[in-house]
Design a protein around this ligand. Structure first.
Ligand SMILES: [Zn+2]
Length: 425
């Protein structure tokens, strides 16, 4: 009986999954599927006695098991595993958010979940699954979004430097305590930034004096012993090269402005030492270069215990390891920051630096198609269930990347069915 169920892409209601409004709508095409036209619709079958194999649309077995030559390096795969593991725990913490459906529910229920592989870049990905595009909550989407934004910011910085300009890194923070409510701290910080960057005459004069023509402001938050620490990193595009900005009069003048801005926004007075930092172009470039890499295991592990400053995804990692309080903090953080813009470009900069190219939305970035990727196989909902239910989506992608013959992937799917007690040998 069981094999009959698995032989077809089931259109039946999903079991155990969170049903989403998004999933009901089929008007949003899956871009991966659009590119797969003309490719074989491979399906994964099991006969219920432990054997799993792939067949084409007509049910004819594909002989891809025979080639075992490719056994690829597993280096660099850890972040994939980690991101999907964290997504699994973000789902648990935010069951009502779009993130709970991310890489979990399908876009078109009549179709299975496709697995694509770009053999050149050795990058596997899914098709016909929702992507939440939430830069604050989703470890998988936020990494994709950061990568995309990094490219845009780098383009702007290169464009500016090619004209002889310099880009400085200004960091703004305000005092906060473990008792400070982040929900009120965040809007106050936004207010202070507004005063700082475009509110007053004095700032305009400062910008003019130092020939700062553009800026890009990034909103970030960490958590430490004094509670949540929202802060801004602002890339200042100046026409001049500034030597040692940290010890400059320029820093002092900017600090005076920031102090006033904090006061106006109802924040406590920042100290010169901690409230504002101004670094050179090298630091600015270094800062941008590490975007999208915050999920690398090494960072989280090295950091553990050595410093108390944690990124929101560090909190999620702690929750995944059993720290319930870290889970609570992640939820508080998310409630405070959801819907806030992470990046703000000064007027006109993007248009100038990107030569009029349209800015991509977060959703467009995460939905972007890899035109070179080939469809490798499709998973019916019965096979997808044991993968998604336990956050094994990353692991399956890794198996595909490790072994292009799909043997490892097929064995893994079989194994997952086994864990779930669905497959009896
Ligand atoms: Zn997502």
């Amino acid at each position: 009986m069981y094999d009959q169920n698995l032989k077809f892409q089931s259109g039946k209601p999903e079991r155990g999954g969170v049903r989403s409004e998004e999933e009901e709508t089929t008007d949003r095409h899956d871009r991966y599927d659009r590119t797969s036209e003309g490719l074989p619709q491979v399906k994964l079958l099991t006969n219920g006695s432990g054997k799993v194999w792939t067949v084409d649309e007509n049910g004819k077995p594909l002989g891809i098991y025979t080639d075992n030559s490719a056994n690829r390096t597993t280096q660099g795969f850890q972040p994939i595993r980690e991101k999907f593991k964290l997504l699994h725990f973000a789902r648990k913490l935010l069951p009502k958010e779009r993130t709970a459906h991310c890489f979990y529910n399908r876009i078109t229920k009549e179709e299975g979940v496709s697995v694509f592989l770009n053999k050149l870049r050795n990058k596997a990905n899914y098709g016909n699954v929702m992507r939440c595009a939430n830069p604050w909550a989703c470890p998988v989407c936020s990494a994709i979004i950061s990568e995309g934004r990094k490219d845009e910011v780098k383009t702007a910085m290169d464009w500016w430097k090619a004209q002889g300009g310099d880009v400085l890194l200004l960091t703004l923070t305000a005092p906060h305590y473990s008792s400070t409510d982040v929900k009120s701290l965040k809007p106050a910080m936004l207010k202070a930034r507004k005063y700082m960057l475009k509110g007053v005459r004095a700032t305009k004069d400062l910008f003019k004096h130092y020939a700062i023509e553009h800026y890009i402001s990034v909103f970030e938050v960490t958590h430490g012993k004094n509670g949540f620490h929202p802060h801004f990193h602002i890339l200042l595009f100046t026409k001049y090269h500034v030597h040692n900005p940290r010890g400059s009069v320029m820093r002092m003048q900017f600090f005076e402005q920031w102090k006033k801005a904090c006061e106006k926004a109802g924040l406590d007075q920042p100290s010169y030492e901690h409230g504002l930092d101004l670094r050179n172009g090298q630091k600015a470039a270094k800062y941008v270069a590490k975007w999208g890499l915050e999920h690398e295991m090494t960072k989280g592990h090295i950091k553990k215990g050595k410093t108390d400053s944690k990124t929101p995804f560090d909190l999620l990692r702690d929750y995944a390891e059993g720290d319930e309080n870290a889970g609570k903090l992640f939820r508080i953080y998310f409630e405070a920051f959801k819907g806030t813009r992470q990046l703000n470009w000064s007027k006109g900069l993007k248009k100038l630096s990107s030569k009029g190219q349209e800015e991509k939305t977060d959703q467009e970035l995460v939905d972007e198609t890899d035109n070179v990727a080939e469809l490798m196989f499709k998973l019916s909902i019965e096979l997808w269930n044991p993968i998604r239910k336990h956050g094994r989506q990353g692991e399956l992608l890794i198996k595909v990347q490790e072994d292009h013959t799909l043997k490892k992937a097929m064995e893994y799917v079989k194994e997952c069915l086994g864990y779930d007690g669905q497959l009896r040998e």
